[in-house]
Write a protein that binds this ligand. Structure first.
Ligand code: NDP
Ligand code: HSE
Length: 440
């Protein structure tokens, strides 16, 4: 061994890290950067030194205390400091995160964020700014927490054509639906349990109304299909309308209700949608319990791939953030930028009315002769093929459950509006998409 080899490579000077936010995720990133500094240095090739932590309230009692002198409320001053190399944003929301990240990128700092709301709204401008400044922009933690998903989509599958991405990307709603399924709890009781366990926030709107999953779907669709997709492009329904009766009915049919994010190629374009759907209990996504996430990727050559793990939480998400941080540190020392995700394909967004799937329709109808024929006719007239019909008597009424073959969303919507206007149909109790059924 020559003398240089015996001494090892010369130590790189520390890379200076500015941390924005020290909440659920930020505090874990700070802890791991501090406690695992030697290992991270060995892997990154340089010490990663936190030189400032921006928070909202520096007087707050913190479970993971920040070293004296590092706390600041002036995020803008921190991210533009000449000595800072890397900015990690874990504040969340659009502002002030957007202003701070654009300022950091323009000042030549590489940026890591887990902020799905911001990335889903402003991915194009953030990437353009990073490119112009010659720095990195990574956000693995923004989708499905700890699960390595964006890097495999962007890099490992760069030689393949992704056909479909379907998954459970919101832990809170998966927990709620799982509890409704396994314990028979209604929505409010399951939500209260999710809040007590710290999964759901005091204001659970972003999760239960599907905004969080829609932001993640936009990021997944953008990377998978090389096309710019924002959260506003994603069709969104949350789980607020899912009832205990829907869950019980799904169970009786061998199905389970999940909130799915689905991004797929369709009619020469792509659809991106988030909504509750029934899936067969034998489908691998049906086995995703509690607050876990899982994403199926279907690609031309690779076939089906499944990614599974903790989709939220401070420490799991910190794992993804630190993976990005080490990648950025390596790039900085090599004088390189990491790979950008391309948007060369520019595929059109297909309206939800053109999406194709199967449906579950539950009707309350008068139980008398001649009712089934016009009900079936409403489906036939709109080109929706019925796969299965079940009927259960309820005194003078009957409960009809109709499962369809694949149909256009717009055709099903038209069918439902015809059914709703029929004298014999007392009520359309429930309409839900059915996904993950093989064949016809
Ligand atoms: P928290 O609400 O727990 O933490 C937010 C942090 O930002 C706090 O430390 C807060 O300060 C600080 N902050 C708020 N306003 C400002 C401001 N104006 N300037 C500087 N700091 C400010 O959020 P999370 O840790 O839960 O989430 C952070 C990001 O990670 C979000 O984008 C979220 O979507 C994403 N994410 C979160 C996951 C999770 O499981 N929690 C999972 C995956 C992604 P103070 O401490 O003083 O209140
Ligand atoms: N609220 C989100 C969830 C956190 O429940 O999955 C992770 O983005």
């Amino acid at each position: 061994m020559d003398s240089a080899g015996a001494r090892g490579p010369a130590a790189h000077p520390p890379l200076k890290v500015a941390l924005l936010g020290s909440g659920t995720v930020g505090s874990q990133v700070y802890r791991l950067l501090t406690e695992q500094s030697a290992d991270l240095q060995a892997r990154a090739g340089a010490p990663l030194q936190v030189v400032g932590v921006a928070v909202d309230d520096p007087a707050k009692q913190r479970e993971i205390p920040v070293a004296p002198g590092l706390l600041t409320t002036d995020g803008l001053e921190l991210v533009t400091r000449p000595d800072v190399d890397i900015v990690i944003e874990l504040i969340g929301g659009i502002e002030p995160a957007r202003t701070l990240l654009l300022a950091a990128l323009k000042a030549g700092k590489s940026v890591i964020t887990a902020n799905k709301a911001l990335v889903a709204a402003d991915r194009a401008v953030l990437h353009r700014t990073a490119q112009e400044a010659g720095v990195d922009l990574y956000y693995e933690g923004a989708v499905a927490g700890a699960i390595p998903l964006l890097r495999p989509l962007r890099e490992s599958l760069a030689g393949d054509d992704v056909r479909r991405v379907i998954g459970i990307v919101n832990g809170t709603t998966n927990f709620i639906l799982d509890r409704m399924d396994t314990s028979g709890a209604d929505f409010s009781a399951a939500l209260a349990e999710a809040q007590a366990l710290g999964y759901a926030e005091a204001d659970p709107t972003a999760d239960v109304a599907g905004f969080d999953a829609a932001a993640k779907a936009a990021i997944l669709a953008s990377i998978a299909f090389h096309t710019e997709v924002t959260a506003d492009d994603v069709y969104r329904e949350g789980i607020l309308s899912v009832t205990s009766a829907d869950i019980a009915s799904a169970r009786s049919l061998g199905l389970v209700v999940k909130l799915l994010a689905i991004c797929e190629r369709c009619n020469g374009g792509i659809t991106a949608r988030v909504h509750p759907a029934m899936i067969p209990r034998v489908h691998p996504l049906a086995a995703v319990r509690d607050a876990y996430n899982a994403v199926f990727v279907e690609a031309e050559s690779a076939g089906r791939l499944m990614f599974y793990g903790a989709g939220a939480g401070g420490q799991p998400t910190a794992s993804a953030v630190l993976g990005d941080t080490v990648a950025v540190a390596r790039n900085l020392q090599a004088g390189l930028r990491g790979p950008d995700s391309s948007t060369y394909a520019g595929l059109p967004l297909v309206p939800i009315g053109d999406a194709i799937t199967r449906y579950y329709v539950q009707l309350d109808v008068a139980d008398r002769p001649g009712v089934l024929a016009p009900v079936a006719d409403a489906f036939a007239q709109n080109g929706v093929s019925i796969k299965d019909v079940r009927q259960e008597g309820r005194g003078d009424d009957a409960n009809l459950i109709i499962m369809t073959h694949s149909a256009r969303e717009a055709a099903l919507a038209k069918t439902v509006s015809v059914l709703s206007a029929m004298e014999a149909v007392r009520n359309v109790d429930s309409v839900m998409r059915v996904e993950g059924v093989e064949g016809e």
